[in-house]
Design a protein. Structure first.
Length: 125
């Protein structure tokens, strides 16, 4: 891990013999305060996991997938499944890239294992 860059801020002594033109005063005891500056971290880009409609995967299987892989309640899973059925695509969840990619892979593998053509894709949020 890289060290955190530091800056030295001169301390003022509070005495009357300071030179206003010099940081920390003219007589200077050579003391200062070290403060650590931390780099700003960016929030990771988020990705939508989208489920695509097909004419072969049973609705019950889609509800099961939404409950199992996206932690949806039965009611929420049913609503998402109906949205996918009617509109052709629906959002299962929004995650950082690695998690979204993992969920897509899990869903597609699980569907293939059960001989269903269910598809999920990623889209940047």
């Amino acid at each position: 891990m890289a060290p955190i860059p530091a800056r030295v801020i001169p301390a003022t002594s509070g005495g009357g013999d300071e030179d206003p033109g010099q940081p920390g005063g003219g007589s200077g005891s050579g003391t200062g305060v070290v403060t650590a500056t931390r780099p700003k971290t960016q929030k990771p880009s988020m990705y939508k996991v989208l489920m695509l409609n097909d004419d072969y995967t049973p609705m019950e299987f889609v509800v099961h997938v939404l409950e199992r892989f996206f932690n949806k309640s039965q009611e929420d899973a049913t609503q998402i499944m109906l949205h996918v059925h009617r509109r052709g695509v629906g959002i299962c969840g929004v995650y950082p890239y690695e998690i979204a990619e993992s969920k897509v892979t899990q869903v597609v593998d699980f569907a293939r294992k059960h001989q269903h053509p269910l598809q999920c894709i990623l889209e940047k949020d």
